[in-house]
Write a protein that binds this ligand. Sequence first.
Ligand code: GLU
Length: 478
Amino acid sequence: MPTTLATKEDLNFNRIVSKQFDRAAQYLKIHSSLLNQIKACNNVYYFQFPVRFGGDKYELFEGWRAEHSQHKKPVKGGIRFSELVNQDEIMALAALMTYKCAIVDVPFGGSKGGVRFNPKKYSDEQIEKITRRFTAELIRKEYLGPGENVPGPDVGTGEREMAWMADTYDAFNPGGIDNLACVTGKPVAQGGIHGRREATGRGVQFGIREAFQHSEDLKKLGLTPGLEGKTVVFQGFGNVGYYAAKFLSEEDGCKVVGIAEWDAAVYNPQGLTIEELNEFRKETGSIKNFPGAETLPSPDSIWDVPCDILIPAALENQVTLENCDRINCKVLAEAANGPTTPGAEERLHNRGVFIIPDIFLNAGGVTVSYFEWGKNLSHMRFGRLQKHLEEIKNQKLVSTIEKMIGKPVPEEDKKYLVRGPEELDLVNSGLEETMVTAYRSIREVHRTRVPKESMRTAAFIIAIKKVALTYEQLGIFP
Ligand code: GLU
């Protein structure tokens, strides 16, 4: 029987992440035992648990929580609800969390968890029962707690699930003053932070924006600096894809010409209006037949749409040897975790496609989760103490300028100058600074140490070095 290219390709996610690690590790002078320690997933808790759905109706669920590295604590990473969840995937995603946190200087180890089921097939009440029971199992084995292991949202979960987890934890630990910090991505009214919902998409925007500042790199790709008018295609229009598409089109002037979801793909060479598409999806349950675009023959047709920037924002192993030759983009910006297989990466890289790696580009979520964790532990909203003081100072400054120049500062400018920062302003500026700094450090390592390799290898070099340093300073390795 003839084998296709895809079947020849090793799609084991864990092995893929290990390969990416090894590729970078060869450039580092770090003891092989330490490298092995960093690479390995330290522990995985697998469990099966029953949920009672009324009367004598029971269903059994499988759940996982992997802790890849405790070189810093707590360990951090999302909870995935999907029927595709499996141990290998959870372990790979936990490893990516370790590297991601290191790259953006978030002082956490990496973790990930999940329950294998399709939330679309269950009622809200049933999902709540599953979430609470899963949480209780994590507590029982000490896989949850503000100083130990702090989950956040991921595919199939959001603010609602995080609030249920926090509430369950609180019920098991009455009076714990830091209980809210046991999980991030909560609704703002339940101890969440402004900007967390959009954070991964915002981070993608900031990361791409920074990449498009470096004219030297862009010249090689035949691109001009800046994002205005650049064509963008998304595979995935969930929380990450939606916000990234919205911000890139509404704030940076990008033309989002194509978007694919699991059931359909739409195309408009003039650029899609993201809010209209989102409204349409809310009304009909799908992006299919959106009047503002042409519906393509299948979701898979998205790979044929030419663009400057292609953004996989769904799941792992989406850009493969099977479809990468159809792809016609200059930049592949990985908003999802692990969307590109090593085979596809090599081919695209050889064709001159510039890859902005996941372990940097989608780190906005965990960065703002870190801010939320800090907020919960400080028990105070960011900006609460400074906001008014800053407004008084700014007002004084504006009055002084007006007196000196002898005319009033225009009302619009005055409003902007005087206003003290809200929590959202602080979160977004902290996130922007984080993404810009991380990008520049990856670029520097790429330029000076591994110019022939991809940016992923440069990012891994940074991550491995930082984790290794922690181990060395702890005295565990020489
Ligand atoms: N799911 C997010 C990610 O893959 C992180 C969740 C969190 O904030 O812990 O980066």
